[in-house]
Design a protein around this ligand. Structure first.
Ligand SMILES: *Cc1c(COP(=O)(O)O)cnc(C)c1O
Length: 418
């Protein structure tokens, strides 16, 4: 059995050489950018020191902000362990830039699920809607030029103060937007309203291309440190980077007006954040290569995959559609077994609060919920699509896929597909 899986993996790998070399090339470019920023800021061991209390004059904190800003081609950045997760980081950017009576436009369909309550919640918790911010949405269209025209018209008619663009596909079937796509979207928005504040949800996108959306006119990018830019080392946190004025608004919102980015200590120190950012371009390439291998393997077996193995990528997410529950569950069991942590656990579909169908999740990560580490999940419903992401090392990603192949073979799914 194992020999069967190994043979399949070797054949797929041989066919992925060009895509792997492309991912490695992007990692080289981004690593040089990160090193340039470390060198320019003269990062030293003393910058990793812990801080306490108010955190006044925290050199390691302020330097890390500048390292992120330079590497991401931004005027300023705010990198903080006090951002709880990606949702909190994006929410801070929205609350920072919107005021009662303003309009928020989501440029590409609905935003990520967890932002729904932030934007439209009615529970009295102080959602944007409850503060008097109106919400509008532009649907993504299959024809990109048609979509851009519709978006410009939407911006003209609703006059948004802030426009949110989600780069990654997230849990949707649309493709990820490339940085070049985002540049054209920014152009369409600016043609209709030059002063709109353009915020990009950059989660899962960092370092998958040679530049970030800040290089094509976005005012702000936001992301989570337990995804790409934390490189698997950061234990928690988030970042925003972009125009200085917008980053300052975010600092005043995360902290308080009048104190902004000048307060906030990190008692555990900054080593993991610096080291993670240094590792991130390489780790992202490991994840991309794992995703490419999965696309090739399962695509060749007749399952539908997106993106396919040779497609240009702008996030680390791979979808695999199994059409039946058995191979989907088997795949997740394999990924779990190939994880360094909790390998002995068997993932089972369960009724998660807020979801209509049972959800299955496979993850065995050093950092809880970290999805730059190998993980797979999806709702157990037609067409039985799994979202696969991460892999700190290609070798471990490959091992997880090998277990997944074996589990799927054991449930007899190949015979039906081949
Ligand atoms: C993960 C993610 C978020 C939210 O991040 P959490 O850390 O889970 O709160 C938002 N948008 C996208 C596209 C994401 O992938």
């Amino acid at each position: 059995m194992s020999e069967f899986a190994e043979k399949k993996l070797q054949a797929a790998e041989a066919a992925c050489r060009d895509a792997f070399a492309y991912a490695d090339g992007i990692a080289r470019v981004n690593t040089e950018k990160v090193l340039d920023a470390f060198r320019a800021e003269r990062v030293a061991l003393t910058d990793f020191a812990a801080s306490t209390g108010y955190g006044y004059g925290d050199v390691g904190r302020d330097k890390l902000d500048r390292v992120y800003a330079q590497a991401f081609g931004a005027e300023k950045a705010l990198v903080r362990t006090q951002f709880f997760n990606g949702t909190h980081t994006i929410a801070v950017a929205l609350y920072a830039t919107l005021r009662p009576g303003d309009v928020l436009l989501s440029a590409v369909n609905a935003p990520y699920d967890t932002l729904d309550k932030v934007i439209r919640g009615t529970g009295g918790e102080g959602s944007l809607a409850e503060l008097g911010v109106r919400y509008e949405e532009q649907a993504f269209l299959p024809d990109f030029d048609e979509y851009l025209a519709a978006l410009a018209e939407k911006v003209r008619s609703c006059g948004p103060k802030t426009v949110l663009i989600q780069r990654s596909r997230g849990y949707s079937q649309r493709r990820a937007l490339t940085v070049s796509d985002i540049g054209r979207i920014v152009g369409a928005i600016r043609s209709a309203k030059p002063d709109a504040v353009i915020v990009v949800d950059n989660c899962y996108g960092e370092f998958t291309e040679e530049t970030e959306p800040t290089s094509v006119g976005a005012d702000l990018i936001c992301g989570s440190l337990i995804k790409n830019p934390g490189g698997g080392f950061a234990p928690c946190g988030g970042y925003v980077a972009g125009k200085a004025q917008i980053v300052d608004l975010c600092a005043a919102r995360l902290s308080v007006p009048g104190q902004g980015s000048e307060v906030g200590c990190t008692p555990s120190g900054y080593r993991a954040l610096y080291q993670g950012f240094f590792m991130a371009p390489h780790v992202v390439a490991q994840s991309v290569k794992t995703a490419v291998l999965a696309a090739k393997l399962f695509g060749d077996m007749g399952f539908s995959v997106s993106p396919d193995a040779s497609e240009h990528r702008s996030d680390i997410i791979q979808t695999l559609t199994f059409r039946r529950p058995e191979p989907m569950v088997a795949f997740c069991k394999g990924i779990q077994q190939g994880s360094p942590v909790d390998s002995f656990v068997t993932p089972e579909p369960w009724e998660m609060p807020g979801y209509a169908d049972p959800v299955i999740m496979a993850a065995g990560a050093f950092v809880q919920g970290s999805s730059i580490e190998l993980s797979a999940d999806g709702p157990l419903r037609e067409p039985y699509t799994v979202y696969l992401q991460g892999g700190l090392t290609y070798e471990a990603g490959r091992a997880g896929l090998k277990f997944a192949l074996e589990h799927i073979a054991a449930c007899g799914a190949f015979e039906k597909n081949e």
